[in-house]
Ligand binder design. Structure first.
Ligand SMILES: [Zn+2]
Length: 142
């Protein structure tokens, strides 16, 4: 089997930030890197899960909802993948800079009722907001 592109990236030099790769199918995969890889600091499973619910809800209700293909967590718990079509790097950067404050303004985790989620007790809104605020600062510095 071939090594997939995300494993070819050198995780020893990867820093917090926003990275993009566009494939031949026209889908752009954004790497929302919240944490420095292998540095001992990871997003907790509860916060990771809540960020997935919060940002997916905001992105899929936002002005670019028709360009959002997927949003979800990395298994390594250092960030998230956002798959888009027809959006430039700068458009996604601007989108995240306005979507994260919208997520920070929510007072509950969307879709976290038992009928709506596969592990509805595994949420941490406060922890999610702490990670989102820290990542927003990373984006503001780009
Ligand atoms: Zn869920």
């Amino acid at each position: 089997m071939q090594t997939i592109p995300s494993f070819e990236k050198d995780h020893d030099t990867l820093r917090k930030g926003l990275y993009a790769r566009t494939d031949a199918n026209g889908i752009t995969t954004f790497d929302l890197r919240f944490k420095t890889p292998n540095a001992g600091d990871y997003i907790s499973p509860k916060a990771l899960h809540s960020i997935e619910h919060l940002l997916a809800t905001v992105l899929r209700n936002g002005k670019h909802k028709n360009e959002i293909v997927y949003f979800g967590p990395m298994g390594c718990r250092t960030g998230f993948y956002l798959l888009t079509v027809r959006l430039s790097y700068n458009e996604v950067l601007a989108l995240l800079r306005e979507s994260i404050p919208a997520a920070l303004a929510m007072d509950s985790v969307p879709g976290s009722a038992r009928k709506e989620c596969g592990n509805y007790l595994e949420h941490d809104l406060a922890g999610a907001k702490k990670e989102l605020a820290a990542y927003l600062a990373v984006l503001e510095a780009l």
